[in-house]
Design a protein around this ligand. Structure first.
Ligand code: UDX
Length: 440
């Protein structure tokens, strides 16, 4: 099939490369000429395992190309995917200007029947809006259909998630269009659900919001564990054995970041409000999440007797391991709070340091975890990169000014750390944090 993809960001580029690898002819379109050039040279503009190899192979085979002209790409394609960004506007609602601009360009270029597939995360009702915009802009009365095909890929495993999705959701009001998209995905041999447009649009937000809710839920339980002498990691483990609950997304810690969860939960709360429904549940998911870094820094302040003049070392800065993405990363909030209180902040991350440096030049960026620990009053794990799992903690302990370990992701074994002579604080692990236990 001939496919055009508007937007060569995470979703667009990965989708394009995977479709090309399945034998389709793909044109990736982006307004940024530098991005287009890089793609045409076989350099993906994002850090994603496996993507460069796949891009290069398909470029060599001539199945993928990139350009800036969406109208030209649309004229050549049977199916046009919209994968542009929907960043939050000032009100927290997604800004649809890029989606609307793409729809207008597609409308102007319509030169025959085409299927327009929206993959961008958009509030329910946007598919109808895309349809109206195309109708308004088309120069000839060609027929077209709009389909919603939400994307569930995670950063760091985007290629894998696109090749092996848990499910493929195809929302279309016209079965003819749905069947064409089913055909496109058939080679993946994964479960497919065909729904109407509105249903598919809600599935995306409902899924992300539910995952965020699981994280905030377990973090609320972590607070109770901390006050009562319980251990949240064991609570989560036992809960997870109930097959109705499952173990995934029940890791208490500093909470969720990234380009999706925070903005999607906020957008979903707005949608509820817009339809006269109560958004409180979703607002609470965000409020609990926002409180995590504040509480974490509070624990450090309590332990160190104030943060002024103290040195705090941070391990990991990206919003999660295996990505250089720092959007809504918890590290940013932790750094902000520490600097505000007069602490000296040292940090190390395998890939995300340059991005954080652009925001916080005052942080002392180090070459590895050991350099971070040197002369620090506290060492805090923020992002659980694999390379932090097996550190030489004897060496770390000996080089610190005071051996205080704050584990923001419950990565380490509290008993082992205490045996090594560390003061250890883990989230919701009061058995080890006895000073935070409340006796009523
Ligand atoms: C997420 C969704 O998983 C994906 O389906 C959607 O398309 C986009 O948003 P992503 O943003 O890449 O993907 O990150 P994900 O791996 O889901 O992690 C999100 C955040 O939640 C991270 O900051 C992570 O540290 C945090 N998290 C995750 C927890 O705090 N606890 C958990 O148990 C799981």
């Amino acid at each position: 099939m001939k496919i055009a993809i508007a937007g060569a960001g995470y979703v667009g580029l990965v989708t394009g490369v995977v479709f090309a690898d399945l034998g389709n002819e793909v044109i990736c379109v982006d307004i940024d000429p530098a991005k287009v050039d890089a793609i045409n040279k076989g350099q993906s503009t994002i850090y994603e395992p496996g993507l460069d190899e796949l891009l290069q192979r398909n470029l060599e085979e001539g199945r993928i190309t990139a350009m800036t002209d969406l109208q030209r790409a649309t004229r050549e394609a049977e199916v046009v995917f919209i994968c542009v960004g929907t960043p939050p506007s000032e009100t927290g609602e997604p800004d649809l200007k890029h989606v609307e601009a793409a729809a207008a360009a597609i409308g102007q270029a319509l030169n025959g029947y085409k299927i327009i597939v929206n993959k961008s995360t958009v509030p329910v009702g946007t598919g109808d809006r895309i349809r109206r915009i195309i109708e308004q802009h088309r120069r000839e009365p060609h027929d077209f259909d709009v389909v919603s095909n939400p994307e569930f890929l995670r950063e760091g495993s985007a290629v894998h998630d696109t090749l092996y999705p848990d499910r493929i959701v195809i929302g279309a009001d016209n079965p003819r269009a749905a069947m064409k998209i089913v055909e496109l995905y058939a080679a993946l041999e994964r479960p497919m659900l065909i729904t109407n447009l509105a249903t598919a649009e809600i599935i995306k937000y409902a899924s992300n919001t539910f995952l965020a809710l699981k994280i905030s839920f377990i973090n609320a339980i972590a607070d109770l564990c901390e006050r009562t002498g319980a251990d949240v990691t064991q609570v989560a483990k036992a809960m997870g054995y109930d097959s109705r609950i499952g173990h995934a997304f029940l890791q208490a810690g500093l909470g969720f970041g990234g380009s999706c969860f925070p903005k999607d939960v906020q957008a979903f709360a707005h949608t509820m409000q817009r339809y006269g429904l109560d958004p409180t549940l979703f607002q609470q998911v965000l409020a609990i999440n926002d409180a995590r870094p504040v509480q974490f820094v509070e624990r450090m302040r309590a332990r160190l007797g104030g943060l002024q003049g103290r040195t705090v070392g941070l391990l990991g800065l990206s919003f999660k391991p295996n990505t250089d993405d720092i959007r809504e990363a918890r590290s940013l909030e932790v750094i902000r709070l520490l600097l505000q209180e007069g602490a000296t902040v040292k940090a190390y991350d395998p890939v995300a340091m340059p991005r954080v440096q652009a925001i916080y030049p005052a942080v002392l960026y180090c070459r590895n975890a050991y350099e971070v620990a040197e002369n620090a009053d506290a060492l805090a794990l923020i992002t659980e990169w694999n390379e932090f799992r097996q550190l030489n903690f004897e060496r770390i302990r000996d080089s610190m000014r005071q051996p205080n370990l704050f584990d923001g992701r419950n990565l380490y074994d509290p008993q082992r750390m205490r045996k090594l002579g560390f003061y250890y604080y883990g989230i919701g692990r009061a058995a080890e944090n006895s000073e935070f236990k409340t006796v009523l």
